[in-house]
Design a protein around this ligand. Sequence first.
Ligand SMILES: *Cc1c(COP(=O)(O)O)cnc(C)c1O
Length: 369
Amino acid sequence: MIIPFLNFEPIHNKIKTEIVDSFSDFYDSYWYVLGENLKQFEKNYAIHNQIKYCVGVSNGLDALILSLRALGIKEGDEVLVPSNTYIATVLAITNVGATPIFVEPDILTQNIDPQLIEAKITKKTKAIMPVHLFGQSCQMEHIMNIAKNYKLKVVEDNAQSHLSLHKGRQTGTWGDINATSFYPGKNLGALGDGGAITTNDSVLANKVLILRNYGSAKKYENEIIGYNNRLDEIQAAFLNVKLQYLNEWTLQRQQIASWYIQKLKHCDAITLPSIISDTTHSFHLFVIRYEKRETLQKYLQDNGISTLIHYPIPPHLQKAYLNLGYKKGDFPIAEILANTNLSLPLWPGMTEEQVTFVCNKIVECINNQ
Ligand SMILES: *Cc1c(COP(=O)(O)O)cnc(C)c1O
C-alpha cells in the first residue's frame, strides 16, 4: 500500500463539476480583480466564522503583515510569539520592522503557554500573536485576559485551524484582528495562494481594505503607503465552492484522528496529540512525538508511507534570524519539539484501512527497537 502524506483526490474529484462551473462563470464575467466573487466569499467566510468583517488577501503571510500594519505595529515595538511557530508568523513581525519575542509552548499542546506570557512583557510590548498550531485552539480566554490587563493587541494566526473552537467560540474571532491562509494544503485551501483577515472592528477592517489595494480607498487617491495584496477573483470563486464543504471535511479529519488515537493509544513510546478541555482540534496535522523519529520516518518511508516534519528548525535557530542573536538551548521546548515531532498522513477521504496500515507499521517499527 502506498500512503501519500496528503491526497487531494477524494475531495477535489467530488467537487470538480462545481469548480469547473465556477471557473466558467468567472471567465464569462469579464471581471477578474476585486469583483463579485470576492465580495461573496468575504461575506460567506465572515458568516461562517460568526464575525463581522472578512477581507480577502493574497496569502497568509500578507494577512499577518497587514494585520500588524493595521494595528500600527512598527520598528521599536515588541510582539510576543510562540517559539515553535511556522516561520511566517515571525516573518510578519520582522517585515513590519518590529522585534519578535519568543514565548515557549506547552509541551503537550504545542501552543503558546499562557503561564509564560507575562514574564516576557516589557514597556515595548504591543501585541501577542497566538498560533493555533496543527489545528488546536490556544487558551484564548486566558490570553485575552492577559492582553486586556496589559493593554496589548491580539493577532491570531489561524492559518491551521479553520473551525476549531475554544469554549464554543471559533478561533480567528477572539483577537483584535486575525489572519488566516488558504494555501492549498490548509483545511480550507484555494487552488493557489490565498488568505484572509477577520475582525469585529470596522476601523481595522477598513484599514486593511485600503492597505491591500495600494493604500487607496478611492481610485488614484492614496491615503497611506499600501500594497497589492488582493485575493484573486478566481481563488475567491473556488473558495466559495469549497467553503460549503468545510464542516464536512473537518468532521472527516476529526474521525481520522480518532482512528489514529484509538489504534496508537497503547503505544507508550509515542506521544499523541493532546486535546485540551473546552477545545476542539480541527486536525490540520496529526503530529506524534517519538524519540527516535528519524528511524521511524525511514521505516515508514520504506513501507510506502510518507510523513513530514513540522518543523525541523525552530525560528530562533534559522539562518535568516542569526541577527536576533539566539543560540541552541535558548528555547529548549521548541527544540525538543523540532527534534521529535512527526506528522502522519491525513486528508479528508483517507480510509480507516489506510490509517490501520500506518498504525501497524508504526507499532512494528517500535517493537523492533
Ligand atoms: C501556512 C501558514 C502561514 C502562511 O500562510 P501562506 O498562505 O502560506 O503565506 C502562516 N502561519 C501558519 C501557522 C501557517 O501554517
